[in-house]
Design a protein around this ligand. Structure first.
Ligand SMILES: Cc1cc2nc3c(=O)[nH]c(=O)nc-3n(C[C@H](O)[C@H](O)[C@H](O)COP(=O)(O)OP(=O)(O)OC[C@H]3O[C@@H](n4cnc5c(N)ncnc54)[C@H](O)[C@@H]3O)c2cc1C
Length: 384
């Protein structure tokens, strides 16, 4: 293969995977007036990866770590910039309520985040919180933090909009184009989609759960985890409109139960965070819905959301690509020249898509990232 490699450049930068993260790196690179091409094995906005299912939570008071807050503040501004550039509503800021038992690490970190960064919020005990949001059956012993700078993103629309905007700004998209191999060398990177060859200076790999297929030598200890999203009919849909119902997340011992306002004026989506079965490859995720998927969600709905009908009407599967420390993987790819890793995103990355896309674009073009990313170092797992 190497003897036939063309040296003429197809672009300066290629983004591989135009899913949740890659679509935003593509937009940011085009915005920076870089010549960029993007490859997606399906079509942007598809349902085979991690970026589908109608809604994703955005929140700033971050229970996963105080260090993430500046990134979220930057991301929030960038969501609004994409909306302003395209006149498309992607992010609705209707507030977010996090609750759980006193002493839960997640809730404590949410509190630390609001205090460290002086984020607008209210702190209530369960009984008081029920007066503000009677649709959620907070328990008396719950600690409740309601923050204003939270809401939900429309993921498929966000991905499609970022890709379309990147194209308008001069980027080129290859959809239904699976990259079958990439071969970096000190001068650039060769990319193959089957027999078709492309040559670029730099590559951003944003392949989510497929990352190690493309880059086996990065040795990432990631684990795929199947997740299930479930929709219920509302008994009184008015109660679940975005102006009346926040995004919420109940946490207990590392497991979450979260949900969204109704988008269609009829149904409400909820899900359990983590606790799913481990899978060896995205293409082996069991897409069937089983009673055992629904029973634990039904129980939580009955307990916390009595204004939903008890029988689910629809469910979909998705998967997380987890890391051992639950932090993202973003930075220069170990053992590969000229390759920036943008993900995997450890099951909580969507809300960061524009800022992580910007950081990957900066790394790929030799600029200083807008914010520190040391905790995402892809080489951290192999350090003794
Ligand atoms: C059920 C569920 C709920 C979630 N809820 C939230 C939430 O509320 N808030 C939040 O912030 N995060 C949430 N997340 C996490 C978030 O959605 C993920 O972190 C994020 O989608 C990961 O993005 P990604 O770009 O790494 O992966 P993906 O979006 O899967 O993108 C990877 C892309 O690469 C493409 N690709 C792979 N290999 C190739 C190849 N060889 N050639 C061409 N293309 C290729 C794939 O087709 C895909 O489009 C949730 C995730 C799930 C599954």
């Amino acid at each position: 293969m190497t003897e036939k490699i063309q040296q003429k450049l197809d672009a300066d930068v290629a983004v591989i995977g135009l899913g949740s993260m890659g679509s935003f790196a593509f937009w940011q690179l085009a915005r920076m007036e870089e010549s960029v091409i993007g490859f997606e094995q399906y079509r942007p906005g598809h349902e085979h990866g991690a970026g589908h299912g109608e809604t994703r939570i955005f929140r700033t008071a971050y229970g996963e770590g105080v260090d993430y807050v500046p990134l979220l503040q930057e991301a929030r501004g960038l969501w609004r910039e994409l909306e302003a550039e395209t006149n498309v509503e992607i992010y609705t800021e209707n507030g977010g309520t996090m609750f759980g038992p006193e002493g839960d690490l997640f809730i404590e970190t949410v509190e630390e985040s609001v205090h460290t960064y002086k984020l607008p919020h209210k702190a209530w005990k369960g009984e008081e919180a029920r007066k503000h949001f009677p649709t959620i059956n907070f328990q008396d012993h719950h600690k409740v933090i309601h923050e204003q700078l939270a809401g939900f993103i429309r993921p498929e629309l966000a991905i499609e909009t970022a890709v379309k905007r990147g194209e308008e700004l001069g980027g080129t998209v290859y959809s239904d184009s699976r990259v079958t191999a990439i071969k970096p060398d000190p001068d650039g990177v060769s990319i193959w989609c089957g027999d078709t060859h492309f040559r670029v200076k730099k590559v951003v790999v944003a392949a989510g759960g497929w990352t190690t297929d493309l880059l086996p030598d990065v040795h990432l200890p990631v684990e795929l985890e199947r997740q299930v999203l479930v929709w219920y009919d509302a008994k009184n849909p008015e109660l679940f409109k975005a102006e009346n119902f926040p995004i919420f997340s109940r946490v207990k011992d590392g497991l979450g139960f979260y949900g969204f306002p109704s988008l269609d004026g009829k149904t409400v989506k909820v899900a359990i965070h983590h606790g799913g079965e481990s899978v060896d490859h995205p293409e082996n995720v069991d897409r069937e819905i089983h009673d055992t998927d629904l029973e634990p969600v039904n129980r939580l709905v009955k307990k916390y959301l009595p204004n939903l009908k008890e029988e689910p009407i629809k469910a979909k599967t998705c998967f997380y690509t987890n890391t051992p420390d639950e932090n993202f993987v973003v930075g220069p790819a170990p053992n590969y020249d000229n390759v920036t890793l943008l993900g995997p995103m450890a099951g909580h990355g969507f809300k960061f898509a524009p800022v992580m896309g910007k950081i990957a674009a900066q790394l790929a073009t030799g600029q200083q990232p807008v914010l520190p990313i040391d905790i995402f170092d892809p080489g951290r797992f192999n350090k003794k």
